[in-house]
Design a protein around this ligand. Structure first.
Ligand SMILES: NC(=O)c1ccc[n+]([C@@H]2O[C@H](COP(=O)([O-])OP(=O)(O)OC[C@H]3O[C@@H](n4cnc5c(N)ncnc54)[C@H](OP(=O)(O)O)[C@@H]3O)[C@@H](O)[C@H]2O)c1
Length: 205
């Protein structure tokens, strides 16, 4: 897939590396084309290249938002071509809402009219995205959206990033719950001081 990554920070860089290794073409959408993070990523894989934000979006089928939530809404307003893309929203609006919206997910949908938006890659730390393995165990990912197509793409890209499974967390009405799930990880890892090398996995018996 041709994937635009808007925001090449912790989350964007981790997923760029995993997806590039899996053979996807990654177009980093950047405010600063001389960004050091982007130069490092280009060195990491020939599948990764740097572009302006609009160029990256216009030339991709799938767009990942891994920016602060308010930045995702601003970029959405400026890029109407998002309407026809699969958009993956990895942002969390837990500590700051992208006013007047409750989440970037809601803002992206309302500003672009895109129906294929999915919340995914928001519920665990970026270190777990760069390496989802815990010894012999492989952790899970979760995705919420009312678009079946967007959830299928999120699942494929979760498996390609190395996750064991991407569980269907429900429709658009479960997006805020998935952000609260992210807050649960943040609570355990950071506020309760368990450390960032922890993860959630669904077990069955
Ligand atoms: N950190 C985690 O473990 C984690 C896990 C799950 C979800 N999340 C969520 O994922 C998002 C990104 O987190 P992060 O830790 O990866 O953040 P980060 O390392 O600070 O990276 C943020 C990226 O967004 C870009 N950006 C900021 N404002 C922008 C704007 N107005 N237009 C375009 N690009 C802009 C930055 O680019 P510049 O270099 O130009 O500033 C940077 O590349 C947040 O919403 C966070 O809640 C984080």
């Amino acid at each position: 897939m041709q994937i635009a990554i808007i925001g090449a920070g912790n989350v964007g860089s981790a997923l760029a590396k995993q997806w590039a290794k899996a053979g996807h073409t990654i177009l980093l959408g950047l405010r600063d084309l001389n960004s050091t993070d982007a130069k490092e990523l280009e060195k990491f894989s020939p599948n990764i290249s740097s572009h302006t934000i609009s160029e990256a979006i216009n030339n991709s089928e799938v767009v990942l938002f891994s920016t602060p939530p308010e930045a995702a809404v601003t970029v959405a307003k400026q890029n109407p071509s998002l309407k026809n893309k699969i958009v993956i929203d990895a942002t969390n609006s837990i500590f700051k809402k992208p006013e007047p919206y409750k989440t970037a997910f809601e803002g992206i949908k309302k500003e672009t009219g895109c129906q294929e938006v999915v919340k995914c890659f928001n519920s665990t730390g970026f270190e777990n995205m760069e390496n989802p393995k815990y010894g012999n165990l492989v952790i899970d990912m979760f995705a919420a959206s009312s678009s079946k197509k967007a959830k299928e793409v999120a699942r494929t890209l979760s498996i390609d990033a190395g996750f064991a499974e991407c569980y269907d967390f429900g429709g658009d009405d479960k997006v805020e719950l998935l952000e609260q799930f992210a807050l649960s990880w943040i609570n355990l890892a950071i506020l309760q001081k368990q450390g960032r090398n922890i993860a959630f996995k669904v077990l069955r018996k």
